[in-house]
Design a protein around this ligand. Structure first.
Ligand code: BGC
Length: 393
């Protein structure tokens, strides 16, 4: 696979040692709530207290990243979640654009939505919860009948990571997923680094190594509402997606195996188009997904040009997504149902958030024609996703 770089263990071992050292160091954490500095701001980061908890015997914390523009993002090492980021809208008002909660219980209660989570060991679905690797069958927990979704029963979103805040705009989170955890082979050493850059982007870098051949597909599951979270549906947001093809799915959202052109279908976002303009079309794929819930095959994924650009119709806030991964799951929040109270006090109503999950294709372990998700000992899995915010001119 393109995004897995082979490296000699001599090079990797020091990295591994560094990650382990990071696990043992006390993390720099923030213990107070923080209000955005802009005078027009209404956005307030949640209080830290809701995240200073012990989960499964491990201490979770709340961290703040800042950049030179006064932008702040909140992260927790519980599930390596991105909790919040507030960016200026066209009037300069700081607007929280990522759906989050003010405590860990909020994430636990809404677990099946994976708000803001780091997803692993395998993002997206694996058909019928099993795959064969090197002639051996591996069985996973079926948490999204009849399939496995986003890591299984207890994915990387529901464990406490080790954290080391590197500086005021960077945090590195590490997690060792043990051999056969959730049914996957190999001890997988993972590192996720969040960086809030001075051009108002959240850069997420992933790294992983294994001691046995395994499969890996890590992603971030943030839901955005560029009009501000709780600001109504995302149906009038415009989306541009650089994807001439996508992977159609069956009724259980497993790819059929075909790579189909987007041209002439409701999946053609080659020009900016509102999410809602075709979402209710009489289209078999939209019915299977209950809206958009599909993997787009990216034309280019070299991190230099945006693979997706989304603009909030009311705020003018623009999100550009950059990726090294070959696929992107565009999910229009079809299963959101108002059952959870999010930051700011509103509920997570139907289609009031969308996700752009950079990834390898769903069910790749069972679909050899797709780019491979296999990671072998001695190789380093390395991928990068950037979510960059600005105002549409
Ligand atoms: C999946 C959806 C799922 C959502 C929340 C997305 O990545 O594609 O089908 O409902 O995650 O679990």
């Amino acid at each position: 696979m393109k995004t897995i770089f082979k490296s000699f263990s001599a090079i990797f071992l020091p990295v591994c040692a560094l990650s382990l050292a990071a696990c043992n160091q006390p993390a720099t954490k923030t213990s107070t709530a923080s209000t955005m500095t802009d005078s027009t701001s209404t956005a307030t980061l949640p209080p830290a207290a809701g995240f200073e908890k012990t989960v499964d015997g491990k201490q979770a914390h709340f961290y703040i990243l800042k950049n030179k523009n006064g932008i702040q993002a909140a992260i927790t090492n519980y599930g390596a979640h991105l909790i919040s980021i507030a960016v200026p809208d066209k009037a300069g008002k700081l607007t929280d654009v990522v759906i989050g909660f003010d405590n860990i219980d909020g994430y636990k209660k809404s677990m099946s939505a994976y708000y803001g989570a780091t997803i692993g060991r395998y993002g997206n679905r694996i058909a019928k919860g099993h795959f064969v690797l090197d002639g051996r069958r591996y069985d996973l927990f079926i948490n999204n009948k009849p399939n496995t979704l986003h890591g299984g029963k207890q994915g990387f979103n529901d464990v406490v990571w080790d954290a080391k805040q590197i500086d005021d705009h960077t945090i590195a989170l590490t997690y060792l997923s043990k051999d056969m955890e959730e049914g996957y082979p190999g001890n997988l050493n993972c590192k996720v680094t969040y960086e809030l850059t001075d051009d108002n982007a959240v850069k997420i870098s992933y790294e992983a190594t294994t001691d046995k051949t395994t499969v890996v597909n890590l992603t971030n599951h943030s839901y955005f509402n560029l009009n501000g979270i709780g600001g109504g549906t995302i149906l009038d947001h415009t989306v541009e997606l650089k994807a001439g093809n996508y992977t159609p799915v069956d009724t259980t959202l497993i790819p059929t195996g075909k790579i189909a052109p987007t041209a002439g279908t409701p999946f053609d976002f080659s020009k900016p188009t509102t999410i809602g303009s075709r979402i209710n079309d009489n289209d078999e794929q939209l019915k299977n997904g209950k809206g958009y819930d599909h993997n787009f095959v990216l034309d280019k994924h070299d991190i230099t040009t945006p693979v997706a650009t989304v603009v909030g119709d009311k705020s003018g806030i623009k999100l550009e997504v950059f990726a090294t991964e070959p696929g992107l799951q565009f999910y229009s929040g079809n299963f959101m149902n108002g059952g959870n109270t999010i930051l700011g006090g509103k509920t997570d109503d139907h289609r009031t958030g969308f996700a752009m999950e950079t990834q390898h294709f769903p069910d790749s372990p069972n679909q050899p024609q797709f780019p491979s998700t296999v990671l072998k000992p001695g190789e380093t899995y390395k991928t990068v996703t950037i979510y960059k915010f600005s105002v549409e001119k």
